[in-house]
Design a protein around this ligand. Structure first.
Ligand code: HEM
Length: 447
């Protein structure tokens, strides 16, 4: 395992002050999106106008379960835009390499994810299948116990470092724990040397917000490019260091050239840090706001009488009520009629930008039994928190491991409560701070 912190020539943090002071138009837009995507508004939209243009915007939405699945299955028609991913990987150059989520499956497909050699090839020449095979090869399932052990150790270390007032403590769960863990995994599992963890996480948030911005003309072009350059410098500097131990980077070293390593590691940082932060924050908020969710998850977290699989189902069932804010965005590659032959059929035109609202699909009473009920035992099919179809999350097992091991410690040992007046604070949609109250549980409390 590599050492912890190493001085790199990145003298000051990324200046995110402009992102902390949004313009009045941005505040209004944010408010409109929030109102439009409440469960109540989505229920009405599903009923009266399930597919179509969002008023005053160039975006369209699809809200019914059946239609969201059709759209995400038609991955050659509804494609992920890879243009900003190429710019991010190319340090601003639009001819940079693409990565998994920005690529479409090659003709013929790669259902068996067969291992293909990428040795000697440039990142720009690799296809979706090449990248998928490579990622599957180096991110081994056998790593999961090691990842789980790292997560648990970091969780205990952070909780032990809090200032306790008898059995109570106040705790910034995002900063101290939920973001800290994926950054630690980038250091200890990926093998990166990260000089300023907080800045690293902020750069990953900004890049994610930029490359998946639904707006065709993103306001984040400039700061997103700067943030990508900083992450690229950290990866390059880490590649220049001697490798010690078995890490993702040391495994990639045996398979491919530095430019391919750069692309894979960049993609997997931007997929891991912002997403696990948002997922962990949203699950935590649901457990705090809904006592029955917390009680059921706590029972499953008991190391003696509990059940890890059930705990995981409780956590991701909680997330069904508050999934990622970044919903799959697709661009229509040719004219296509969705839900053809039904009363709601809709003709999409080439070039249209469409959001498949999985949050709405997961609550669609036409497809999901008792969608408003917290039911950890519901079929996995009901949950689309990791997406659906070709681009379904390849990092789900790592994400599940973080949530399971982190929340197992939190739920078994502490009662989690809201601090009066505390709200989740965000930087470009990603949670940055969420102060909560912890109370140590005694065995009497647990019985
Ligand atoms: C709870 C945490 C996570 C959630 C909720 C989540 C969710 C998602 C979703 C919804 C997609 C599909 C996006 C789309 O269709 O546009 C996706 C794709 C992806 N995720 Fe995750 N993700 C999580 C964690 C991770 C982690 C930890 C990694 C890597 C270590 C990762 C790597 C990826 C990659 C590479 C893709 C693209 C897959 C492809 O295009 O084939 N994710 N994720």
């Amino acid at each position: 395992m590599p050492g912890n912190v190493l001085s790199l020539p990145i003298d000051s943090d990324l200046d995110v002050s402009s992102l902390r002071a949004p313009t009045a138009a941005e505040v209004l837009e944010g408010l409109a999106v929030t109102l439009l995507t409440t469960h109540t508004a989505l229920r009405l939209i599903r009923r009266f106008r399930p597919t179509g243009k969002v008023p005053f915007s160039k975006l369209s939405i699809v809200t019914r379960h059946e239609d969201v699945q059709e759209l995400l299955r038609q991955d050659q028609v509804f494609q992920v835009e890879g243009e900003r991913i190429r710019r991010a990987n190319g340090d601003g150059d639009p001819k940079g390499p693409n990565f998994l989520l920005g690529l479409q499956e090659d003709a013929g497909g790669c259902p068996m994810r067969h291992a293909q050699s990428v040795a000697g090839r440039a990142a720009t020449s690799l296809s979706y299948c090449d990248f998928q095979s490579l990622v599957m090869k180096v991110f081994e399932r056998e790593d999961l116990p090691r990842i789980g052990a790292l997560v648990e150790k970091e969780t205990r270390a952070q909780l032990n470092s809090l200032t306790w007032n008898e059995d109570r403590a106040e705790f910034d769960a995002i900063q101290t724990l939920i973001t800290r863990i994926p950054v630690m995994l980038c250091e200890r599992y990926y093998g990166l040397r990260i000089p300023h963890p907080a800045d690293f996480a902020r750069c990953a948030f900004v890049v994610s917000r930029w490359i998946f911005d639904p707006d065709a003309d993103s306001n984040y072009d400039e700061i997103g490019t700067q943030a990508s350059q900083r992450l690229n410098r950290i990866i390059k500097a880490s590649l220049d260091q001697p490798m010690d131990g078995d890490t993702i980077i040391s495994r990639l070293r045996r398979e491919c050239s530095d430019d391919v390593i750069q692309t894979v590691v960049f993609g997997m940082i931007v997929a891991l840090v912002p997403t696990n932060t948002m997922a962990g924050g949203h699950i935590l908020q649901m457990l705090i706001e809904h006592e029955p969710f917390q009680d059921q998850a706590r029972t499953a977290a008991d190391p003696f009488s509990g059940d890890d699989d059930r705990l995981q189902r409780c956590l991701f069932e909680a997330m069904r009520f508050f999934p990622l804010l970044r919903e799959p965005l697709r661009v229509c590659a040719r004219d296509y009629t969705l839900a053809e032959g039904t009363h709601r059929q809709h003709r999409f035109k080439k070039g249209e930008r469409i959001i498949a609202i999985t949050k709405s699909a997961m609550m669609d009473e036409r497809a999901i039994a008792h969608p408003q009920r917290f039911d950890p035992d519901r079929p996995a099919y009901d949950r689309m928190v990791f997406g659906y179809g070709l681009h379904r999350c390849i990092g789900a097992p790592i994400a599940e491991m973080q949530m399971r091991r982190m929340f197992k410690v939190l739920l078994h040992e502490y009662e989690l409560g809201a601090r009066k007046g505390a709200k989740m604070e965000r930087l470009v949609t990603f949670p940055e701070h969420y102060i909560i109250n912890l109370k140590r549980l005694t065995s009497a409390d647990r019985s």
